[in-house]
Design a binder for this molecule. Structure first.
Ligand code: GDD
Ligand code: MN
Length: 402
C-alpha cells in the first residue's frame, strides 16, 4: 500500500486513533471511469472536522490506481491505494484486507461506482454515534429507500429472492436488517471479529452480520443509484459463490462447537461423581446427594463452556443470568430424559438401553441448541429504543424492520 498523500495539516486530519475517526474502504475492480468523480463527491460530503481517510483496495487490471493517484492530489483527505496482485476472496476479500489495515473508530464500506450516494457517509456514522449502534446499514428496503438503480426486473427479482432466502436462513443474525445484500454500511471497528471473517464473494455485510454478530444494528434508507460509468462486475459465477457462501456460513462451527459441548459434558462426570462420593460419605441420603452433586457437574461444565466455547459471546448477558439459565437448562435436561425414555419404551417398544441412549442424544442436541440460543446468542436490541447500557430486549425500532 502506498499513501498517495500525507495528511495536509495534522491538526485537521489527526492520527486515526482520534475519536470518531473514519476509514472509508472502497473496493475497486476496473473503475477508472468512476474514481475521480467519487473522490470529488466524497470531498464535498465529508465533514472537515472529522478525521477521515479513504482506502481503495484495488484488484484492477486497468489504470484505476493511476487515476486514483491523480485525483487524490487535490483531495482534502488522505487517500491511499492497496493494490493486490492476487484478488483473493474477490470483493469480500478486498474489504476484509482493508479492515485489517484500518485503525480508525469507524469503518465505512462503499462501492466505487456511485451507486452508493457519498453524501450518506456522515449520516451512517452519525446515526451509529447517536444510537450506540455497532453497525449502520444503508438500506433500500425501508421507507425512504429504493432500488431505483438496480438494472432491470431480472436483477430486482434475483435481489429480492436472495434477500428472502438469506433472511430465512439467518433469522436471528439478520433480525433488524432489512437489506443484508447491501454493500454500503458503517461499522465500529471494535465490533468486527476480524479473525473470524472468511469472506467469499460479494456479500461482505452478510459475512460481518453473521460472523461478528454486532449487538446493535441501525438502518438508514438510501436510494440505490444508477452506475455512474462502466459495467457491473457481478456475474452468474458470483451467484454460485453467493450460494456457497450461504452454505458455509450456515454450517460454520456448529458441528465443531457441538462436539466441544459434548466432550465438556463428559468431563462433568468427574466433579459430579466426586461430589456424590463426598456427600454420601458425609452421611447424606443418596437421592438429595444426586441432585446436589449434579450441580457440581453443571457448574464445572458452565465454567469450561464459558472459557472454551463461547468466550466471545459472553458480553450479552450478566454472568449470574448466564449461570441461572445454564443450570436451568442442564437440570431440565435431566427431568426431560425420564419421560422421554418412558415414551420410547412404552410407545415405540424400544429396549431400555437403546431408549436411554436415544434420550441422551435427543436431550443433548436440544440442550446444546437451547444453551446457544438462550444463554449465548445476543438479543438484538434496537438502538432507537434503548440506551447502550440498557440490556432489556426490544423490538427493531424505527430504522429497523425485519
Ligand atoms: N477489489 C475488488 N475486487 N473490488 C471488486 C471486485 C473484486 O474482485 N469485484 C467488484 N469489485 C468492486 C467494484 O469495482 C465496485 O466498486 C464494487 O465492488 C461493487 O461491484 P459492482 O460490480 O458494481 O457490483 P454490483 O453493482 O453488482 O453489486 C453491488 O450491489 C449489490 C446490491 O445489489 C455491490 O454493492 C454489492 O456489494 C451489493 O450487494
Ligand atoms: Mn455496482
Amino acid at each position: 500500500m502506498w499513501p498517495l498523500r500525507a495528511p495536509v495539516d495534522a491538526g485537521r486530519h489527526a492520527p486515526h486513533a482520534a475519536a470518531g475517526s473514519v476509514t472509508l474502504i472502497i473496493p475497486t475492480f476496473n473503475e477508472a471511469g468512476n474514481v475521480a468523480e467519487l473522490l470529488r463527491r466524497l470531498g464535498r460530503a465529508l465533514p472537515a472536522d472529522r478525521p477521515c481517510e479513504v482506502l481503495f483496495v484495488d484488484d484492477s487490471t486497468d489504470d484505476t490506481p493511476a487515476v486514483i493517484e491523480k485525483a487524490a492530489a487535490d483531495h482534502p483527505f488522505p487517500v491511499s491505494v492497496l493494490h493486490r496482485e492476487v484478488a483473493e476472496g474477490g470483493l469480500g476479500g478486498a474489504v476484509v484486507e482493508g479492515i485489517g489495515r484500518a485503525d480508525s473508530d469507524w469503518i465505512v464500506v462503499m462501492d466505487a461506482d456511485l451507486q452508493h450516494p457519498p453524501h450518506l457517509v456522515p449520516e451512517l456514522v452519525g446515526e451509529g454515534e447517536r444510537t450506540g449502534a455497532d453497525l449502520v446499514i444503508a438500506s433500500r428496503y425501508i421507507s425512504g429507500g429504493s432500488r431505483a438503480g438496480l438494472a432491470g426486473s431480472y436483477r430486482v427479482a434475483v435481489s429480492r429472492a436472495a434477500t428472502w432466502l438469506t433472511k430465512g436462513l439467518f433469522p436471528r443474525a439478520l433480525r433488524g436488517i432489512s437489506d443484508p445484500m447491501s454493500g454500503f454500511f458503517a461499522m465500529r471497528r471494535s465490533a468486527v471479529a476480524a479473525g473470524a471473517l472468511q469472506p467469499l464473494g460479494y456479500k461482505i455485510l452478510l459475512e460481518l452480520a453473521v460472523r461478528s454478530r454486532p449487538a446493535r444494528v441501525a438502518e438508514v434508507p438510501f436510494v440505490f443509484q444508477e452506475r455512474f460509468a462502466g459495467e457491473s462486475k457481478s456475474t452468474a459465477r458470483e451467484g454460485m459463490r453467493f450460494l456457497a457462501h450461504l452454505a458455509s456460513l450456515r454450517s460454520a462451527a456448529a458441528p465443531a462447537r457441538m462436539i466441544g459441548f459434548g466432550l465438556i459434558g463428559l468431563t462433568g462426570f468427574v466433579p459430579n461423581l466426586a461430589a456424590l462420593w463426598l456427600l454420601t460419605g458425609a452421611g447424606m441420603h443418596y437421592l438429595p446427594a444426586e441432585i446436589v452433586a449434579n450441580q457440581a457437574g453443571v457448574l464445572w461444565n458452565f465454567v469450561l463452556i464459558e472459557v472454551l466455547l463461547f468466550r466471545e459471546r459472553r458480553r450479552h448477558r450478566h454472568w449470574a443470568d448466564r449461570v441461572g439459565r445454564f443450570a436451568l437448562l442442564a437440570n431440565a435436561d435431566l427431568l426431560l430424559r425420564i419421560p422421554l425414555i418412558a415414551v420410547f419404551v412404552a410407545q415405540l417398544g424400544m429396549g431400555v438401553l437403546p431408549a436411554t441412549a436415544l434420550a441422551l442424544v435427543t436431550t443433548f442436541v436440544l440442550r446444546f441448541a437451547a444453551t446457544e440460543a438462550l444463554v449465548y446468542l445476543p438479543r438484538r436490541t434496537s438502538p432507537a429504543d434503548a440506551s447502550p447500557a440498557d440490556a432489556s430486549p426490544a423490538e427493531p425500532g424505527r430504522h429497523t424492520r425485519s
